[in-house]
Design a protein around this ligand. Structure first.
Ligand code: CP
Ligand code: NVA
Length: 300
């Protein structure tokens, strides 16, 4: 069992289902079983939802959240990740880490003895996707998760990568719809399932979709490419014309923050099919469940 959650690939189907059950449990009933523990939150990039949901989750579990802005630490003055990871391990019981480079995350994990939780990197956003697939399950209690057609529109980076990995593990039916040149690398992600496909044509990909998911075209750190991306992704906007081709009771999802009227119109974001707030709320319970999953095993 991995000590950390750096990638969705660090958990198997059984463990994901265990986390789903815990999310459900924490939604019904809290627990302060981690009183006396201290969990750090090291963020190199902006965050509203992930930071807050983890801070709240840590407090609700009875533990103490310590927010650490990277620029306030000695890392920004050249101290190595190796040294920092060793020191953090002396003080903290776990670390929630948002970084611009997955390699930093892996290095931090290698030199620390505490669980590290990926709170978004350039390559993955595992806690977001675990939470979102739980939300899809919660919203469709009468259907088998595997029978739903999930279509992701947008860039083939962190969210799409984590989506592909969870789809491989849980055998989900996932279409990634993005322009040529922006596809996730299915080989690198070790995707073998025939139920995961890439489609460059939005009007084809969206047909009968039960879940439509999108994310920004210009992720944090990619701002220099914004102008080109606005042009390249133009045909991939989730709007009224596109969603007409989906199942009429589809769920619209977005990890947020949204760039309104770029990847999604305001009308769709605020439509009756939109579940963005339920999705965001579940991040707290997912954070509790993931912390519990990792802290529990590090204690035994
Ligand atoms: N969805 C998400 O990770 O949002 P933040 O960047 O606000 O944390
Ligand atoms: N792909 C987006 C996700 C934000 C939650 C980014 O990396 O900025």
């Amino acid at each position: 069992m991995n000590k950390s959650l750096l990638s969705v690939a660090d958990v198997n189907a059984k463990q994901i289902n265990k986390i789903f059950n815990k999310i459900k449990e924490f939604k019904l009933k809290g627990s302060t079983k981690y009183k006396g523990k201290s969990i750090g939150l090291l963020f190199e990039k902006h965050s509203t939802r992930t930071r807050l949901s983890f801070e709240v989750a840590i407090s609700r579990l009875g533990a103490y959240p310590i927010y650490i802005n990277k620029s306030d630490t000695q890392i920004s003055r050249g101290e190595s990740i190796k040294e920092t990871a060793k020191i953090f391990s002396l003080y903290l019981d776990g670390l929630v880490y948002r970084t611009s480079d997955q390699k930093n995350m892996e290095e931090f994990d290698r030199f620390s003895s505490i669980p590290i939780i990926n709170a978004l990197s350039d390559f993955e956003h595992p806690t977001q996707i675990i939470s979102d697939v739980f939300t899809i399950k919660e919203l469709n209690p009468k259907k088998k998760l595997q029978d739903l057609k999930i279509v992701y529109f947008g860039d083939g980076n962190n969210i799409a990568n984590s989506f592909c990995i969870i789809a491989e593990i849980l055998k989900l039916n996932l279409v990634i719809c993005c322009p040529k040149g922006y596809e996730p690398d299915l080989n690198k992600l070790k995707i073998k399932s025939k139920n995961i496909s890439i489609d460059n044509k939005p009007s084809n990909a969206v047909i009968n979709a039960n879940v439509i998911y999108t994310d920004v075209w210009t992720s944090m750190g990619m701002e220099k490419e914004e102008k080109k991306r606005l042009k390249d992704f133009k045909a991939y906007q989730v709007n009224k014309t596109l969603v007409k081709l989906a199942d009429s009771s589809h769920n619209f999802m977005h990890c947020l923050p949204a760039h309104i009227n770029e990847e999604v119109t305001s009308e769709i974001l605020n439509s009756d099919n939109s579940v963005i707030y339920q999705q965001a709320e579940n991040k707290v319970y997912t954070a509790m469940a993931i912390l519990d999953f990792l802290l529990n095993q590090s204690q035994t």
